[in-house]
Design a protein around this ligand. Sequence first.
Ligand SMILES: Cc1ncc(COP(=O)(O)O)c(C=O)c1O
Length: 399
Amino acid sequence: MSLNHGRTYLAIPGPSVTPDRVLNAMHRTSVNIYEGALHDVANSLYPDLRTLARTAGHVAIYIGNGHSAWEASISNVFSKGDKALVLATGNFGLGWGEAALAMGVDTQVLDFGRRSGIELVQVEAALRADKDRSIKAVMAVHTDTASTVKSDIPGLRACLDACGHPALLMVDCIASLGCDFFDMDGWGVDVMVSASQKGLMNPPGLSFVWFNDKAQKLHEQANMVTPYWNWTKRTQEPELFRKFGGTAPVQQIYGLREALDMLLVEEGLDAVFARHEKLARAVWAALECWGQGGPVEMNVSTPELRSCAVTSVRIGAQHGTALRKWCETKTGVTLGIGLGMGSPEDPNSDGFFRIAHMGHVNAHMTLGVLGVIEAGLIALGIPHGPGALSAAATVISEA
Ligand SMILES: Cc1ncc(COP(=O)(O)O)c(C=O)c1O
């Protein structure tokens, strides 16, 4: 018997669930791109994107996915041969660093593995060893979506300050923005990148780079930027055509407007973060119980290092793929793969799955995913401890 009818649920960490309201806002034929309402809507996005990042700095919007924000940020601040200190806590720091290397940046990578946070002592040692201050930027990922390790960004700023090092602090918030609290100005972040398809509840296709005046100064001396990515052009041109380096993404502008209204005006950011934390805690409570009697184990054991957007789970080879397939085919729930968490032979490891709790998610969706996983564990005979659903429900009941 198939129980996979009705609305399916993509419980992967992006693209996240797009609210019907966002889809409806996008569902329109293209409007006049030269003048009129579209300009007003597009211009209204910039202050709200700054509010979202908690910055008085600047923000450029690009048509592209998260990789485009990576390349945009790199091309705007570095000159060929400049040095960057890249901090990796999973998959995505390595990816951003590889992009920088391919573009001509001399990268020094500190890899903290796939279960641990950034070791500030090691960062401090690397910065102190940089006597001639050749490191132009420290690049870190707030939430690594593969390992689901959350990084201590204020700790990194304190580390840079303690060393008196002038490098920029650049942070990837592609998985965390709108899910985990982030304070760009308060935490001393100089450049931040994000994208539309996770906490911002939109389809993939828009990316963003926030930057402050310190980053702008470096940008003015840098020599790698090409016209499309040039954030000065993207932020200082009044005309919409120039703001987007070409035709404006009409429908996505309306979709993003709707999502920002939902997040900032209706729910409010504090409530958005509280909701994410509560749902994440329900997931962790269930995982703790399952782990008492079998191979299920959260990839990140230290609660402070866990992301409120997504949780990566170790389940042992042979079980991860089987469980994901069971959940999808039997129940219509798609879980995330163990992206880049495996060996070279099995890069998207069979021994992992991920549960997203990011974006347009509520208690019944999260409890539903947990119920489906428990059904899958039973159906596939994967050993697990009791009480998971009750533990998750208890967390939700305390809302
Ligand atoms: C933390 C992080 N950085 C970068 C990316 C790359 O974004 P995209 O796949 O949209 O290019 C992702 C995608 O999942 C991500 O989670």
